[in-house]
Design a protein around this ligand. Structure first.
Ligand SMILES: Cc1cc2nc3c(=O)[nH]c(=O)nc-3n(C[C@H](O)[C@H](O)[C@H](O)COP(=O)(O)OP(=O)(O)OC[C@H]3O[C@@H](n4cnc5c(N)ncnc54)[C@H](O)[C@@H]3O)c2cc1C
Length: 380
């Protein structure tokens, strides 16, 4: 089915992304998976190619497009290439909007050029050992000392945690403020007391550096407050819809990709004297998954178009996130089954799709939290 939401410009951009992936990512990816981290060179190459800061205004070195469809193309192609480790989507679509929408002019001049060139890799640190779905439990706290804050606490599961040069940290700035006592503080590489913990050993996305962060009496200048004092909760709520869309796009693209691989595989693999693709059960499996992907694709493309037009609401972003990522999980599992024992071998892309994709129903808000948001909108 021809997708209606893209123009020739998006198609040309897709070719650019594919060329970038073939040249700068795929040849190195196996090594990055072994290393547990991607190379900084790849980030700089992405910057040179104009893939970083697509939505950042041109005057700060960005692409200057408010058109989210370019981000969708980027996410789709990275997913198809099986390269979630180079977390450009997180940098562009999840961290980027905080900087472009909340930073002061002075902060934009300080941070955005490096953001776009790949010199400054970014992360966002919300989750703590004791606070994931429920961010009201955040204990990392910043004490006001006049011209600076003193930050203490720890974060965990932070994507780009080892590489990040700039981390947006959600910290408590008013002890008794509950959800409205949290602020966004920008912590930069080299600030005394800012330390990285372990690069966490995960079951998938092996080349993505997901890490613990520690803050021990970190002196954060007042100029590094991002947005409103005690306004983090509102800022997070505003930006989480885009985060959820970015993950939903990876979900449907991942499901389509693993199905494509599997369709090829069952045509080639023979059992009982003929290709698997000739067995009715296999045909029905493929037919069912193709139908589910097509139906989901229609909804997702509608959400991408709405988000590009600025009309997507948080509830539909939550629907897209849980549905597309749960679909991906189901499809990856069924496709692995159709590969038999080979599906369990890491050298087969289906195995990587299975483990790399598994996290998507969890990060960016779990499926259960998405349903809570939707339920609340319907039932109060
Ligand atoms: C690879 C990876 C990368 C990540 N990257 C980042 C990052 O860059 N920045 C960041 O801040 N965080 C990041 N996270 C953290 C991620 O967002 C959290 O793991 C996620 O939000 C869930 O929080 P939790 O792990 O504390 O689970 P919990 O909140 O403890 O949830 C445990 C279970 O209880 C369920 N549950 C919780 N509350 C409810 C409820 N009200 N109703 C029904 N069920 C509920 C959950 O759905 C889940 O199934 C990352 C995590 C991973 C694994």
């Amino acid at each position: 089915m021809k997708r209606q939401i893209f123009t020739e410009d998006h198609d040309a951009f897709r070719e650019t992304v594919r060329t970038f992936l073939a040249k700068e990512v795929t040849p190195y990816y196996a090594q990055w998976e072994k290393d547990g981290i991607v190379s900084r060179d790849a980030w700089r190459a992405a910057g040179r190619q104009g893939l970083l800061g697509l939505a950042v205004p041109e005057e700060y070195g960005g692409g200057g497009t408010g058109d989210f469809r370019y981000s969708a193309v980027l996410a789709e192609e990275f997913t198809r290439a099986g390269a979630p480790g180079l977390a450009i989507g997180l940098h562009n679509d999840i961290v980027g909007p905080y900087l472009t929408s909340l930073a002061t002019e002075e902060q934009k001049r300080r941070w955005l050029p490096g953001f776009c060139s790949g010199e400054t890799i970014t992360a966002i640190a919300m989750t703590e050992p004791g606070a994931g779905s429920d961010l009201q439990g955040i204990r990392t706290a910043a004490e006001d000392r006049g011209d600076h804050w003193v930050l203490n606490g720890s974060k965990t599961f932070i994507s780009n945690g080892i590489l990040a040069d700039l981390v947006i940290v959600v910290a408590r700035t008013t002890p008794e403020g509950g959800a409205h006592g949290l602020s966004l503080l920008v912590v930069e590489r080299g600030m005394p007391g800012f330390e990285r913990g372990r690069n966490l050993d995960k079951i998938g996305q092996k080349s993505q550096d997901t890490a613990e962060l520690f803050f021990r009496d970190v002196r954060v200048p007042k100029e590094n407050l991002l947005g409103e004092l005690n306004g983090a909760f509102v800022h997070l709520m505003t930006n989480l819809a885009q985060e959820r869309m970015a993950i939903a796009i990876a979900g449907i693209a991942g499901a389509e990709h693993v199905l494509e691989l599997t369709t090829r595989y069952v045509k080639e693999r023979e059992a009982f004297g003929r290709p698997l693709a000739k067995l009715q059960h296999i045909r029905f499996e493929i037919a069912e998954m193709a139908t589910e992907c097509a139906v989901t694709r229609t909804f997702l493309d509608r959400c991408i178009a709405d988000h590009s037009a600025g009309t997507l609401d948080a509830v539909h972003a939550s629907m897209a996130k849980w549905w597309a990522t749960e679909l991906h999980k189901r499809v990856a599992d069924r496709c692995l089954q159709l590969h038999g024992g080979y599906g369990y071998m890491t050298e087969y892309p289906v195995a990587r799709a299975f483990t790399d994709g598994r996290i998507q129903t969890i990060y960016g808000g779990t499926t259960e939290i998405m349903k809570e948001i939707i339920g609340r909108s319907l039932l109060g």
